[in-house]
Design a protein around this ligand. Structure first.
Ligand SMILES: *Cc1c(COP(=O)(O)O)cnc(C)c1O
Length: 425
């Protein structure tokens, strides 16, 4: 259920509503099981005839409250929390795509998502075609097949920082009558709500900004509830499920069908469940999400402008820069800020880049984004090391690229740190 509140209020208040005498803040329910006195009721919950928690692989009150908050922030119909962002992507795709079927995906993707699609899913008989996001609607549709079951892309791609042309990709998805699934990790629901721009399903690595403090790994899938599954392509949602007493998800659950099936089938069978403790931490982090995204965005804008003027810097990529070739899309889809990641290349190539990485005082060398602490890494030798030269190019990673996740420290301290480190190369 979507609240009328503004996002900053939702970030603090949605998901958990204490009754009289209840704890004021979301309690950590660290229990695998739940107590009942009526076997009939337990049987009904098991058969999905009644709502209730029975076992924490399937659902848990702390996890449910956290998922509901993200659902509310995205303006969705229902949400499912998962053990990681990767689990969210895997479940979101496998829920409606199986052996012999096909996925259309934008080419520049997070490294883990790229290998999931290009290697792991392939081994299970799911084919993926990667498309250049600059292609036209017609060119992309030409790569669709009768077995295509979804279109996948990231709002801001990691680490090439391409802002998605939602209009184009949602037109493709509508034309071939499949859902558009969006990884909205970088903007978070604060800076962009893909469901408002034609996406059908949105997912997050909550590990990044939603947590925001580098404490817990987790993911969330939100379904907008508006895609019409009854078009003959998704019998798993419209026909009886023999593993659940023949339930027909769409008929029984309406706009929650996709999420309930994901929980009933894939959380049950794959077990990629978010732990209650991690949900507790992610929820705590999410309370300040709006404030932090504002600061991450303004800090990154200032650092990007500083680097752009620096004589030892070859190029800077940040969607919030007027010099970015995606600036028109930033204005359209990210009017409140372009999030906290920028990339740049230093003069002197890979050797200078390596030297720079060891010259910081404040900025940390870590494999992470979205933390309150400013950090930096070299994608070509870390997150994207498994990709060959062609694939690197496809995912928009150059050899000299350095990726900075700008934190929420004072911007003067951050700029000073970059200034002194650049002076050493
Ligand atoms: C980190 C990340 C993921 C994977 O999330 P995990 O929580 O690390 O499993 C997926 N997509 C994007 C854009 C990411 O940055």
């Amino acid at each position: 259920m979507t609240q009328k509140w503004k996002k900053s209020t939702k970030a603090v208040r949605s998901g958990y509503k204490p009754e009289v005498g209840d704890p004021q803040v979301l309690p950590l329910v660290q229990s695998t099981t739940y107590n009942y006195d009526d076997p009939e009721r337990l049987a009904d919950i098991f058969d999905l005839k009644e709502e209730g928690h029975i076992y924490s692989r399937i659902s848990n009150p702390t996890v449910a409250a956290f998922a509901e908050k993200i659902n509310d922030l995205e303006g969705g119909a229902a949400a499912l929390a998962t053990s990681s962002g990767q689990a969210a992507t895997t479940i979101a795709l496998l829920n409606i795509c199986q052996q012999g079927q096909h996925i259309l995906a934008a080419a520049n993707l997070y490294g883990g998502t790229y290998t999931l699609l290009s290697s792991t899913l392939k081994k299970y008989g799911i084919e993926v075609t990667f498309v250049d996001p600059e292609s036209s609607v017609e060119e992309i549709i030409n790569k669709a097949r009768p077995e295509t079951r979804l279109v996948f892309a990231e709002t801001i791609s990691n680490p090439s920082l391409n802002v998605l042309d939602f209009e184009k990709f949602s037109n493709v998805a509508k034309e071939i009558d499949v859902p558009l699934i969006i990884d909205n990790t970088f903007p978070t629901p604060i800076l962009c709500n893909p469901l408002e721009h034609g996406a059908d399903i949105v997912l997050h690595s909550a590990t990044k900004y939603i947590d925001g403090h580098a404490r817990a790994v987790g993911g969330v899938i939100v379904d907008g509830g508006s895609f019409n599954w009854d078009n003959g392509k998704y019998p798993e949602l419209t026909e009886p499920d023999p593993t659940y007493n023949g339930v027909r998800y769409v008929e029984r659950f309406g706009d929650e069908a996709y999420i309930i099936k994901a929980r009933a089938n894939l959380l049950r069978d794959l077990g990629a469940t978010l732990s209650p403790f991690n949900a507790f931490l992610l929820n705590l982090g999410s309370e300040t999400l709006e404030l932090r995204m504002e600061r991450h965005s303004s800090n990154t804008q200032e650092l990007a402008e500083f680097l752009e003027e620096h004589q030892k810097v070859n190029w800077v990529n940040y969607p919030g820069l007027k010099s970015s070739d995606k600036y028109h899309l930033t204005e359209k889809y990210l009017p409140d800020g372009a999030s906290g990641i920028l990339t740049f290349g230093v003069k002197g190539g890979i050797e200078s880049a390596k030297k720079l990485l060891t010259s910081f005082d404040l900025t940390s060398l870590v494999i992470h984004v979205g933390d309150a602490r400013t950090s930096i890494l070299h994608p070509a030798t870390t997150t994207h090391k498994q990709l060959g030269p062609e694939e690197l190019k496809e995912s928009g990673v150059s050899e000299d690229m350095l990726r900075v996740s700008v934190g929420i420290e004072n911007i003067e301290d951050i700029i000073e740190d970059f200034d002194q480190a650049l002076a050493k190369i």
